[in-house]
Ligand binder design. Structure first.
Ligand code: PHE
Ligand code: NA
Length: 457
């Protein structure tokens, strides 16, 4: 592969970059996962630990990824290779790049299916399908949606098609235009949902569930949950931040923008909790229902609440927007790679990568519809391919990717080059370096051991 380097577009401003990267970071993790793990692990006490993890591990690793992209200005593998070579290290460090792109590709194959459920539910919400249904009705509604593979394909492929069209138009005409109105729309929807929840739900119960600082409820495993989530929520190790960093405008502070992205992601997560939990508590729903909370229990409340038809639809629309802006980011590095290394046009690349994602998403779709070829036994329990891809990416590939990124930039990238890329006060640079050399690798190893079940606390 000896193609010349390609000049990619740049974000038109640092604000747009922050919007796009925040869009990439904000997703289902913010909306159903964070508020719940926060409530379960000691509320305010957990938030302190979480913020520590975000600032001292998540943000430094995000900066490492952006350093790679900003230096190379190419798709992740090539950028990592260029940076390694300039540092006198082995070009094999390109692995840091392509491993992320591969992870992102796999994640998108099931993310697009979940986004498809949200799209279906947006439609159900606005058309009154939630009205007066019981818990078991929702079990049926959700399993019917999944039982028919063509129906599930219809919803996710519709979103995939829009993703292809937007990404195919390029960075400025596609990605930027989309995030420029979708991110403000997402914030407005979120605030509207919080106001509705404050009016119609049990706001006090939600606030005390989420924020009551209870240090006795915070265990070591809670600390690892915070650490793992800080990684997942910032969309690290999936090729995203390296790719978006490759489009960074000149003279953009890598430190400030990374902090902004992390802060906005956290604010969205907390607002999401304040939108959901008042409704959960006011309707006597089970707060810890996991992903099922969104698709099985929360709609019960919308089906009985005043204006529930409108707000139920809006809630799922918000979810679609959150997932869609992550989908754009997840496919971008594959598209850039096809353009750069294989000579595709943007639209051709988007259609090719999108077709690949569509085919791969069939593994998730048929797992959910119960096709026998997707189901297997592992020891005592039965799994399907969707479980396997989810486990492989979230619990193995994300931590491994983060670990090698930290090692690469901490030990194998020339210190002067890193400092030039990060371009900040020496003290801040030192903190970054200590984090990626020592803190992040140790922390990620602990999370990895716990997630992969090799260590239990
Ligand atoms: N950050 C996303 C969320 O919080 C999840 C994600 C991880 C998306 C990795 C893309 C890549 O939901
Ligand atoms: Na997130």
């Amino acid at each position: 592969m000896s193609r010349e380097n390609v000049t990619h577009a740049r974000w038109s401003s640092r604000f747009t970059y922050v919007l796009a990267a925040t869009g990439a970071a904000v997703g289902l993790g913010n909306i159903w996962k964070f508020p719940y793990i926060m409530g379960e692990n000691g509320g305010g006490a957990f938030v302190l630990v979480y913020l520590f993890c975000i600032f001292f591990i998540g943000i430094p690793v995000m900066m490492s990824e952006v350093v790679i992209g900003k230096f190379g200005r190419q798709a992740p593998a090539k950028s990592a290779k260029l940076l390694a070579e300039a540092s006198g290290s082995s070009p094999r460090w390109a692995v840091v790049g392509w491993f992320g792109v591969l992870t992102g590709f796999l994640i998108l194959s099931f993310y697009i299916v979940i986004a498809g459920w949200a799209l279906a539910y947006t439609f159900y919400g606005f058309t009154g399908v939630f009205d007066g249904r019981s818990a078991s009705d929702f079990n049926t509604l959700f399993s019917d949606l999944n039982a028919s593979a063509p129906q599930a394909m219809g919803w996710s492929f519709a979103l995939l098609a829009i993703t292809i069209l937007v990404v195919g138009k390029g960075v400025r005409h596609g990605l930027e235009r989309a995030v420029n109105w979708m991110m403000p729309a997402l914030f407005v929807l979120l605030v509207v949902m919080v106001l509705y929840a404050a009016n119609r739900g049990d706001f006090g119960a939600a606030v005390s569930f989420m924020f009551n600082a209870d240090f006795s409820a915070l265990s070591w495993s809670g600390v690892l949950v915070a650490l793992g989530h800080s990684f997942f929520t910032l969309s690290l190790a999936s090729g995203i931040m390296t790719m978006y960093g490759a489009y960074l405008p000149d003279n953009t502070s890598l430190v400030k923008t990374s902090v902004w992205i992390a802060v906005m992601d956290t604010v969205v997560a907390m607002l999401a909790g304040l939108a959901i939990y008042p409704i959960v508590f006011a309707n006597g729903l089970e707060p810890g229902a996991g992903p099922g909370l969104i698709f099985l229990t929360l709609p019960i409340a919308f089906g009985t609440m005043p204006l529930g038809q409108l707000f139920g639809g809006l809630f799922f629309l918000m979810l679609v927007v959150a997932a869609f802006t992550s989908a754009l980011a997840l496919i971008e590095s594959s598209v850039a790679w096809l353009v750069e290394r294989r000579g595709f046009t943007r639209m051709g690349a988007a259609m090719t990568a999108g077709t690949g994602i569509g085919l791969l998403s069939l593994l998730t779709i048929f797992s959910q519809s119960g096709a026998s070829w997707t189901q297997f036994q592992w020891g005592e329990s039965s799994f399907h391919l969707f479980d396997a891809i989810d486990y492989l990416t979230s619990n193995l590939m994300l931590p491994i990717g983060g670990f090698i990124t930290a090692l690469f930039t901490g030990y194998f990238v020339d210190k002067a080059i890193a400092h030039r890329m990060i371009d900040t006060h020496p003290v801040i640079f030192r903190i970054w370096r200590v984090s990626v050399r020592y803190v992040a690798p140790v922390a990620i190893t602990l999370v990895f051991l716990q997630l992969s079940g090799l260590m239990t606390l």
